[in-house]
Design a protein around this ligand. Structure first.
Ligand code: ADP
Ligand code: MG
Length: 730
């Protein structure tokens, strides 16, 4: 409704933090002010403790009990100075959300006086009752012991709300036997093994000074915001995160006038508040802009170590939601809240750096440096080529199914885009002489000794590739907007670990005194380039030609989650995850079960919302309007006055009947699926497939029937906000 759109423009005034003199503070003054980082530790820990902490925060590692005791005490003092009363282990069970259980610092001394206390063991470990978290059958309820353990590589922080402050301790969540129950543990494990394998590669090609390799991530986060008053009237948005009904408005995104447009002032005030909150938490958000669809926006941080980036992305998601509410909005993090306009994704920009501070995906200035770059590029290609199906599974979700392959997001076919220059270079290496090479000369001939060549090519972006090289990083574009990024990043790390392991084996065979000559290296890379050619694609990923060609090349194309997930049951294909120490067999099978279950439940929630809305809102309103039409038709026939009422009543009656019959068909199908033991563990595969192949199509039938009647019912009678209200009403 257009009038309330204008009247709703009351803007919450948010001031940036101010100094004592009343002037606005610089971001640098309050950045990370709520983070117990090295700057905060300096004042409270000895030089030696600080050194250990610095190392652990950078490369991971163990912390002994006595250091934990000192860190706990320092963290408590710092947190209490800032007004915190509680602490909590903050972890990421496989629900997609974060979890926390708060404990007060309260204790009693020997005399029984109340004191504040926070001990080393309390910092190191906690035991929440884990029986209500998804475990995919790993544990039965009676042995549901889960442990959260401090992850010292991600700094503690204070979360402020209007009602108090709590010290948050980033934590892993594992079972009694050490199985990972969360999304963070796999990432930490994959980072550890990738570091070992990549360092080995570097040593074998003569880079002996390197001691560690780390991964960096910068996630670009897309989301929608809509006015709270509209969101509150939509049961589907409220419960399932997406609209199951809604007729496409007369205007969508076709004029392309929203993308990078002026940020509406209400949204600007939301961004201001969001940024201040995130800055205090040490999240380095840098970019904000309007996205393609009306009502859609993006924020992106400066990239960081992948584990911290993943935690920070979770904080960003949390703050986007809470700050939106404070500003009269509801933020929609779902991958496809609205049909007919673009959905939301998360481009996970990913790179590897060594302990000397070099980005290994940055083409260098000399032929040898470029060989280092090409070695890692080949390791990545090998990893993606050999493990594409599991990478696809790592981004599978009910929400992402609406987005992947919908001509707005990458297809579900995993391929890699390198850009014209790099593609040419790899092709030239491939077609070069196989037996006799002069690596230095070839490098110079190929023109790769000029960094700028590849960097310049970075401008030639291919938006349709799920995995694109963009100058000095890869961009994993198929990740869903609501997904925790540590999981797909862990799988990607493990895939690259696998690629590098295979290359290292070949390098070791050729090594003399532990080092491979540039010429031999180039020959090995040539083999990899030939082997992985099928995964490289430079063209339009949205086109039917690509789907056909991909099928010819033998690439998989799992468009729906239930099919995509089944690779996790294939021991041969998931072997690389075990080799990288990320999961054991039981872990993998439990993840399969958890994801199947999530898919089933998510779809059933959507379907049940649709049924409820159709039954309690759409049909009653339609029937009421229809009876008006019929009365009117009767009246006009009595006075023999020509009127469209009769024709409208006939046509509309048919349309309502169609809503009724599609609704009945949907209900019968739901009944079939949920009765009996369809949701039993043994039937998850079958049930999830019936849902994607039958139930979701019946939901689409109902949607199309409901969207048809929406066009006939007068606006003031229609029972919930329309698309035009929501996506343009901010
Ligand atoms: P785009 O034009 O696609 O928005 P940007 O250059 O703005 O690309 O980068 C997007 C994200 O990539 C940002 O979060 C940025 O910090 C991150 N990024 C940049 N360089 C790297 C890198 N070497 N490794 C990982 N992420 C990076
Ligand atoms: Mg980008």
């Amino acid at each position: 409704d257009i009038s309330s759109f204008y009247s709703a423009l009351s803007i919450r005034k948010v001031f940036r933090p101010q100094n004592a003199d009343g002037k606005q503070s610089r971001i640098a003054d309050y950045f990370a002010s709520n983070v117990f980082d090295l700057r905060a530790m300096v004042k409270r820990l000895s030089a030696q403790d600080l050194e250990t902490m610095t190392k652990v925060m950078k490369y991971g590692g163990k912390i002994d009990a006595s250091l934990a005791e000192r860190v706990a005490s320092a963290a408590r003092e710092w947190a209490m100075e800032k007004g915190a009363t509680h602490y909590c282990h903050w972890f990421q069970p496989q629900t997609g959300a974060t979890a926390e259980k708060h404990d007060a610092f309260l204790w009693f001394d020997k005399q029984g006086n109340p004191i504040e206390r926070f001990t080393g063991p309390e910092l190191l470990q906690s035991e929440p009752d884990a029986s209500s978290f998804p475990s995919g059958g790993i544990r039965s309820t009676f042995e549901a012991r889960g442990y959260t353990g401090w992850d010292p590589s991600s700094p503690m922080f204070i979360m402020e709300t209007e009602n108090g402050k709590t010290l948050y301790i980033p934590s892993v969540f594992i079972s009694y036997h050490g199985e990972a129950l969360d999304f963070k543990t796999p990432l930490l494990r994959s980072n550890g093994s990738l570091s070992v394998e990549a360092t080995k590669t570097l040593h074998l090609i003569g880079e002996k000074k390197v001691t560690h390799v780390t991964t960096s991530v910068g996630p670009e986060q897309e989301f929608f915001i809509i006015d709270k008053k509209h969101a509150m009237k939509r049961l589907d948005l409220h419960l399932s995160g997406r609209t199951v009904f809604g007729r496409k408005p007369s205007k969508g995104q076709e004029l392309e006038d929203h993308y990078f447009g002026h940020i509406p002032s209400r949204v600007q005030s939301f961004f201001n508040e969001l940024e201040v909150e995130l800055y205090k938490l040490g999240v380095p958000v840098k970019t904000r802009h309007n996205e393609v669809a009306p009502g859609q926006f993006e924020i992106a941080p400066i990239y960081e170590g992948s584990n911290i980036a993943a935690d920070h992305n979770q904080l960003a998601l949390k703050c986007i939601k809470s700050v939106a509410l404070k500003n009269g909005f509801v933020a929609l993090l779902h991958e496809k809240p609205f049909a007919g306009v673009n959905g939301s994704g998360k481009h996970v920009n990913w790179s590897m750096s060594d302990s000397l501070g070099r980005n290994l995906l940055d083409p260098g200035a000399t032929p040898h440096e470029n060989l280092v770059f090409l070695t890692f590029l080949c390791g990545i290609l090998q990893g993606i080529n050999d493990n594409a199906d599991v990478l696809r599974a790592s981004i599978a979700s009910a929400g992402n199914d609406h987005r992947l392959g919908a001509n707005e997001a990458p297809p579900a076919i995993i391929s890699a885009f390198l850009g014209n220059t790099l593609d040419k270079i790899l092709n030239a290496i491939e077609s070069g002489s196989a037996d006799k090479v002069n690596a230095e000369k070839i490098m110079i001939d190929l023109g790769v000794s000029h960094v700028q060549e590849v960097a310049k090519d970075n401008t030639d972006r291919n938006r349709t590739s799920p995995f694109a090289f963009t100058g000095n990083k890869f961009e994993f574009r198929a990740v869903g907007s609501s997904a925790p990024i540590n999981y797909p990043t862990a799988i990607l790390n493990a895939a690259v670990h696998d690629g590098l392991t295979k290359i290292n084996k070949k390098l070791e065979e050729k090594a003399v005194n532990g080092v491979v000559s540039d010429n031999d290296l180039l020959l090995i890379l040539r083999e990899v380039i030939i082997q992985t050619k099928k995964i490289r694609f430079e063209g339009n990923g949205y086109s039917q030609e690509w789907r056909d060609e991909a099928a010819q090349r033998g690439l998989s194309n799992y468009s729906k989650t239930p099919d995509a997930l089944m690779v996790l049951a294939d021991k041969e294909k998931t072997k690389f995850l075990k080799n990288a120490g990320v999961f054991n067999t039981e872990d993998i099978l439990s993840r399969l079960a958890i994801q199947q279950e999530r898919y089933i439940k998510q779809c059933l929630i959507e379907v049940n919302c649709a049924i409820e809305m159709a039954q309690t809102l759409v049909l009653p309103v339609c029937i009421e309007f229809h009876s008006k039409l019929m009365k009117n038709a009767k009246l006009s026939s009595e006075i023999s006055c020509s009127s469209p009422s009769k024709k409208m009543a006939e046509r509309f009656g048919d349309d309502i009947s169609h809503v009724w019959s599609t609704l009945e068909a949907l209900k019968i199908q739901v009944e079939k699926i949920t009765s009996g033991d369809a949701l039993d563990h043994h039937h998850l595969e079958k049930t999830s497939k019936i849902i994607s192949e039958v139930l979701m199509l019946k939901l689409e039938d109902l949607r199309s029937a409901v969207d048809t009647v929406e066009a006939f019912v007068p606006n003031d009678l229609w029972p919930y906000p329309k698309y035009s209200d929501m996506i343009f009403g901010i």
